[in-house]
Design a protein around this ligand. Sequence first.
Ligand code: HSE
Length: 348
Amino acid sequence: MRTLDLALIGFGGVNRALAKAIGTRPERFADHGLELRVVAITDLALGTLQAVDGIDLGRVLALPRGATFAEFPGGSATADSESVIRNGTAEVIVEATFTNPLDGEPALSHLRWAIASGKHVVTTNKGPIALHGAELTELALGHGVELRFEGTVMSGTPVLRFAREQLVGLEVLGVQGILNGTSNYVLGRREAGLTLEEAVAEAQSLGYAEADPTADIGGSDARLKVAILANEVLGAKLTPDQVVTVGIDAVSEDDLASAAREGRHWKLIGSAHREDDGRIVAEVRPRALAADHPLASISGATNAVTFLTDMLGPVTVSGPGAGRDETAYALIADILSIHATTAGLVRV
Ligand code: HSE
């Protein structure tokens, strides 16, 4: 059995769900010859906790609201992510802090410190990957470490892995996807007669929407995911600001009514394709899809991506695109993938 030591950077819903999965279902990992041990946690609200023999996750998860890691022996109320990442004993850094779509910080620094310190990285953070994915991948290659970010697109639904591993030998000509659960849910509820404001309030109460739902409604959340997909799947070198973006606030009552008369459904579609001159063009835009389009029947907060391929035509993957457990699963899959890739190269 190999023991892999993790440091959790950020202890919000996603890393909590990961900690719970590690603590309650160790056989999920033992079946792969792996034991996961969390040796450090840092969080802006909770502080820093380190234990080289492994943190008691049950105790951490039971911490009452308002308490900090200062209550633990050796714990502190101050978050010191740089020291944990650079000097700690973890072999894998698990980055799940908040998404910053403007400059990717502080997650970007977390990833750079980890890679430069020779540590493997898994992250669900869209900001640094959409803005600096190519640089980070290059950096990881140079330092001989693994960088995985499956959870940045469609949470745990393995869309990046699917493209890389299952579409082998096919030429992918383009991608089209419903990449934001909130906007898809809101469009469906507006079709059912709710106003935009009523539908957004519902999506917030169900936990789908970002803290600031304008990122969902205005399309900027989907824009980050389109940039990541285009770069990963089509080999583009796009930054999010090159993705033309129109949100679902542009869809009027009249637009909804005329689509309904024609049997069409409005969806916020993120897409990227290769032009004849080789350029990759990407955009996020509401489209009224005909009922037989592969994405027209994707309802609620579900996400889906259709890969347009040369020999199979459209191939569609659908599944959850948000949620704590769903996103934590992406971290689990990435950690298992790093285990498989590096088995025998690090401590066994
Ligand atoms: N607010 C996002 C959504 C969460 O609704 O899809 C996942 O990125």
